[in-house]
Every structure is written in C-alpha cells, then in structure tokens.
Design a protein around this ligand. Sequence first.
Ligand code: ADP
Ligand code: MG
Length: 394
Amino acid sequence: MKQTIRDLQPAGQTVFLRVDFNVPMHLGTVTDDSRVAAAVPTISELSRAGARVLCASHLGRPQGNRRQDLSLETVATVLGDHLGRKVLFVPESHGPQVEQFVAGMGDGDVALLENLRFDPGEEKNDPALARKLAAPASIYVNDAFGTAHRAHASTAAITRFLSPAVAGLLLQREVTALSRLLGHVDRPYIVVLGGAKISGKIDLMESLMEQADAILVGGAMSYTLLRAQGLETGQSLVEEDQIEMARHILERAEAQGVELVLPLDHLVAPAVESDTATTTDGAAIPADLMACDVGPRTVDLFSRWIREAATILWNGPMGIFENPRFAAGTRVIGAAIAASSSFSVVGGGDSVAAVRQFQMEDGFSHLSTGGGASLEFLAGRALPGLVALAEKDN
Ligand code: ADP
Ligand code: MG
C-alpha cells in the first residue's frame, strides 16, 4: 500500500504534483515565498529520484478565466531559485501543449503548469478536467495541504485517473502534527484564539471545547464574547449577529467545564490610525474608543496559563499586529508560547505571518501552512483532498 512519496519508485515516470503556490503577489512579484519553500522538500526528493515533475497550483480567484495578473509564470522563477535548478513554465495546465512539453522532459526535470483555476472545471471538481490533467502523468502526488479542504478537480476527482496517488512530505507532516491535537494530548491542553471574527471559527471553538482544558480568547473575537456577557465594547469590532451564538458558546463552556478565559483589559484608541493608545481599567471598553490589542494584565494572565501548559494550539492574533502600536499583545503572547517547552502548534495565515514577522518560528513544534484547511482539520471535518487519497488502494 503506497501512502507517501517515500513508497514510490518514480524514476522515469511523470508525476502530477499538486502544490499550494497560492502566494501573495504585489505588482507582479511574490511578496512572501514561504509556500514555495514549503513544497521544496517534496519536489527535490521526486526530482532526485529521477521523476519528471509537473507542479500544478491555483493562484487567486480568476473564476475560470485566464487572467495575466494571476499567471504562475513568475512563481516558476521563484521555485527555480529555491531548487537551484531551472524550472520551465508551461502556459497551460492541460491539453496538447502540456503533452508535447512532457514528451521533451528528461528524468529529474521540474516544470510548473499554468494556474489551474483558469479552467472553470477546477473548482467544480469536474471529472472531464481531472482526466485531462491526469493524461500526461502516471503518478499523482498531493502536497497542497492548504487546499485539501476543497473538492476540486486537481485535489479530488483526479485520483480516479491516476494510480498510485499519494501524499507529499508537507501534506504528510501537516496531518501528523495536527493529528496529535485530535487524539490523546498531553495536559493541560490550552488553546489561544484571536483574530478578527468569531464567525467562521464557531465550529472550531465547539470542537476544541471537547478537547481543551482552557480556551484563552484575545483579538477582536473576544469583544463579541464580552458583549454576550453584557459588557460595553465601545467602537470595537463586534459581530452583532453573532452575540447570540457567543452566548451559547459561553454557556456550553460552563456546562463542559472548559475554562473560557477572556481579556481583563485592553489597549484602546479613538481610531486604528490614531497615535494615542491607553489601557483600560477593566474588561469594559469606553463608549467612544475601540480596543486594538489586549492589555498588560491580560498578557500576564495568558502567559501564566501558557507556562503551565503541556500542549498549546494558537490561532489568531491578539490585536491589530500589522500596526506596531498594537503588536505587543501578539508578540509577547507568541514569545511566551515559543519559550514554553510544550508541544506547540500555530495555525492560520495571519498568525503564522506574525510568528515569522517576529522571528519566533524556532520556538514552535509546528507551523501549519494550511490556513483554513488546518482549522477545518482541527474542527474534526473530513478534508476532501485527504479523503480522496485515503480511498485509494494504490
Ligand atoms: P488567522 O489568519 O491567523 O486565522 P484571522 O484572519 O482570524 O487570523 O485574524 C487576523 C486579523 O485579525 C488581523 O488582520 C488583525 O489585524 C485582526 N485583529 C486582531 N485583533 C483585532 C482587533 N482588536 N480589532 C480589529 N482587528 C483585529
Ligand atoms: Mg486570516
């Protein structure tokens, strides 16, 4: 039974490798290449083993149309720099041009196909497109953990047309690390949650309540919970339509004996861009001000929980960390997690970006590249990309 690329003997074979190169771009250049770097171990290993590697990814939301600003062409150069070898770019993702190109590939060659989402069939999980994507290859490898929560032609339907179909090293590493938070965990297990919105993280919270000993909540999502407790939240970001749901979360935590730890104080300002920030006396926020970060007493309280923990999951910044004035909560809480000897996982696009910005990567057991996919996995959902691989008997 073949499960990962380690079970393959791919010399001379063409591999369709689904990667997640959905990188941030600005004015035609890649502004953060960490997703490209994350796929390098799998690509190098396949190439060294003599495979002919066709990398495929989506970029942005072209909605089934060809859009030059969302072409993957520049990413091919970035990948080439990481691999230390030439990566050819094929301006199609399937069809005669790709097949002709593959006929000219040598063992160990690496190429990058054009944005999969230029074809409307990709997001529709269209089997006809999947068959065309599979046509030039004889092996399927999925290393796009960040896209595993989507049933798309290149992540799901394609496994019907290629055998073996196995996981790449990044996908394997993500599943192994995140699975450690789903089964038996060393206790105390605490979760640090933050970020802009509580909606979209309700499922995650409900599922984490089954597992964790405490959930510490900072960031804007804490204000909706404070409002549900009847506190004034001033001009802070609150999701009015989620207050009822927040009440339900508070009750449920109480019933299940999970500690839901909310901020004791905040850093507040008249507006995000203002240059005066003050600390509140308590958890309530003055009517004319907005909370932009957790306050010092909250940082102390959260740090004490973090020091005692054996397992920590962190998702969501504690404040508007993009603004240096409101970055302290995220930086100090992040540093406390990094300094602890716990098994620590950070997930979520912005949280991982904060960890990198503050150069705290080394302190974490696992930095999840998955964004939404990581959160769905941790909420206990079956991810279509993983299911498609698990259903193969290779
Ligand atoms: P992740 O990508 O790690 O899952 P989210 O996308 O949920 O995190 O949230 C990140 C965003 O939350 C950041 O852009 C940050 O500025 C914002 N945020 C955090 N705290 C606040 C706050 N107090 N007010 C407004 N926005 C906030
Ligand atoms: Mg985000």
